[in-house]
Ligand binder design. Structure first.
Ligand code: SAH
Length: 299
């Protein structure tokens, strides 16, 4: 059951000026938190960027991108390239938050992408099982949208945690007094995400148990640690699952892509009286939030 009235607010993201930068890049400069993306998850590296029905579209030019885990390990330059990637996202106006920059610099993306793939390219990467790690600009966008709800001591739920990258970022932001819970329905991805996290700056939090990743159907949330201050959903739901609304704390915020072919990144704020307010931040394209069977069979 819905806990309270729902209001829908149109996206406050109007394109004031779109500048073309390079062959396939348009950038909206009206709203730093609204760098929309079409196909952030499935767009192949360096593919032409297709504009669709979103209020604004942006594609960051490819960031020096030949780095992989082997390079990260062999000469230690990976962490510098990771920093460069974060700086470029800031320069292109994807985000402005210092906290988001800090956490993205701390969690090296190369530890989360399959070895041999261009870790620092602003593009989603296939991770197997018809899943992808989201593009860095989508990670940055979602982190910034959730920043106020990822303060030390708060609780965060990451549905469709995939590689564990965002779960690790959430854990570092909420710290050892908080909780970051990942839920992913492909057991093999849960196992590999735990290995990724163990090599990352969030390893200690995993050890302490304040960062956990579970196998489960994320449409049910993870009631054991509810209510959550922040919920992130990394796959597109046909509609917002009620259990996720129920598990959001009053004052909490959920960021969730909603839709099938045309999708919006919805920001769901639960007011202190339990009512929820939903607005669309931008047009996106994510893999579906679905059953494990449907995903493995190709939706
Ligand atoms: N944020 C992740 C995104 C991974 S892609 C990252 O950047 O690494 C979306 C993920 O959602 C996939 O791993 C997919 O397996 C998972 N998923 C899809 N439907 C799900 C469901 N019902 N329950 C849990 N996970 C789901």
């Amino acid at each position: 059951m819905m806990e309270g009235p729902v209001c829908r607010v149109a996206c406050g993201c109007y394109v004031l000026l779109a500048i073309s930068i390079g062959a396939h890049c348009t950038i909206s400069i009206d709203n730093l938190t609204c760098p929309s993306t079409l196909d952030p998850q499935t767009r192949p590296a360096a593919a032409p960027f297709v504009e669709a029905n979103g209020p604004a579209t942006m594609s960051i030019p490819m960031i020096a991108c030949s780095s992989s885990l082997s390079e990260h390990n062999s000469n230690g330059s990976g962490i510098n390239k990771n920093k460069q990637m974060v700086e470029q996202l800031q320069q292109y106006g994807v985000f402005s938050s210092k906290k988001v920059a800090e956490v993205m610099e701390t969690v090296d993306r190369a530890l989360f992408v399959p070895d041999g793939t261009p870790a620092y390219a602003d593009s989603p990467m296939a991770i197997g099982y018809r899943a992808t790690i989201s593009a860095p600009h989508m990670h940055a966008t979602c982190l910034q949208l959730l920043e106020q709800n990822l303060q030390p001591g708060m609780r965060a739920l990451d549905v469709g945690s995939g590689t564990g990258y965002l779960t690790a970022c959430f854990a570092i932001m909420v710290g050892s007094q908080g909780r970051a819970i990942g839920v992913e329905h492909i057991p093999e991805l849960v196992a590999s995400s735990i290995k990724n996290i163990e090599r990352s700056a969030a390893a200690q939090l995993l050890k302490e148990g304040c960062l956990q990743v579970h196998v489960g159907d994320g449409r049910e949330g993870w009631p054991e640690h509810a209510p959550y201050d922040a919920i992130h959903v990394g796959a597109a739901a046909p509609e917002i699952p009620q259990p996720l609304i129920d598990q959001l704390k009053p004052g909490g915020r959920m960021v969730i892509p909603v839709g099938k072919i045309f999708q919006d990144l919805n920001v769901v704020d639960k007011n202190l009286d339990g009512s929820v307010c939903i607005r669309s931040e931008t047009a996106v394209r994510y893999v579906p939030l679905t059953s494990r069977d449907a995903q493995l069979k190709g939706y």
